[in-house]
Design a protein around this ligand. Structure first.
Ligand code: PGA
Length: 263
């Protein structure tokens, strides 16, 4: 059977109140209700995870936007302000974004990302590894950048664990409200080929071909279909459009209607 698409809502630091978070979560889960081809994952701010889970319907899985680099096997420690992967698991979280560009901007290194992936897998959750270049220069330096970022972020991930990872390709220039534009489906297709090549070099071709790759960066209801048809991807990581339940609902609908043979 064809694997389901994965569409992840990354709410970032939104909405401002727990009441709004519960409403938004319920609205998204309502849109997800009759989807057969899509796994919908919602990543609220960690503070709201428990609250939205209690209002949860089984149509949506829960994800976290980040995890502590200090996540120890015991899940506890003297790390003020940190949240461990064991804590996330105990709340019913199943996916964790790791290495989002907005966290890397705050100082997260590839080595830290690698440690986080290790902890997330150890605690039985699925890491969503975010990678992407800041600029797409004419000389093609960004291709080398991406190769290094992927290899260093995966660090010591063993072959037996690589199939537990989801990759999210998010070119930084396409992300957020200051984005230049979204990527184009054709350029995205080339990037997914490159990502599979890089993974294939370390882990073998069959693992590389099976790796789910999501696209993120200014995804909306107008470009979602073309990305799925021609981008070589298995889903999306959606930022801004995911805090508007109508727009996010349209994206889900468009994705559901793309013929399964076409992604
Ligand atoms: P955007 O953000 O959809 O608002 O561009 C995507 C992301 O940061 O995950």
């Amino acid at each position: 059977m064809k694997k389901k698409l994965i569409i992840i809502a990354n709410w970032k630091m939104n909405p401002p109140t727990v009441l709004e978070a519960k409403k938004l979560f319920s609205a998204i889960c309502r849109s997800a209700r009759r989807l057969r081809k899509i796994n919908v994952v919602v990543c609220p701010p960690s503070l709201f995870l428990g609250n939205v889970r209690n209002s949860a319907m089984s149509q949506c899985a829960l994800g976290a936007q980040d995890v502590s680099v200090k996540s120890s096997p015991s899940g506890v420690g003297a790390y003020t302000g940190e949240v461990s992967s064991a804590m996330l698991a105990s709340l019913g979280v199943r996916y964790v974004l790791v290495g989002h560009s907005e966290r890397r901007t705050l100082g997260e290194t590839d080595a830290m990302v690698s440690q986080k992936i290790h902890a997330v897998i150890r605690d039985g959750l699925t890491p969503v590894l975010c990678v992407g270049e800041a600029v797409r220069d004419k000389e093609g330096e960004y291709l080398h950048f991406l190769r290094k970022e992927i290899n260093d972020s995966l660090g010591s991930v063993k072959k037996r664990d690589i199939s537990k990872i989801i990759m999210a390709y998010e070119p930084i220039w396409a992300v957020g409200k200051n984005a230049e534009r979204a990527d184009t489906p054709d350029e995205l297709f080339e990037m997914t080929i490159l990502i599979r090549k890089i993974i294939g070099e370390s882990y073998g071709r069959s693992i590389a071909m099976a790796l789910p790759i999501l696209y993120g960066g200014s995804v909306d209801e107008n470009n979602a279909e073309a990305f799925l048809l021609r981008g070589g991807i298995q889903g999306f990581l959606v930022g801004r459009a995911s805090i508007n339940p109508d727009i996010f609902g349209h994206i889900l609908k468009k994705a559901e209607s793309v013929k399964s043979s076409e992604h």
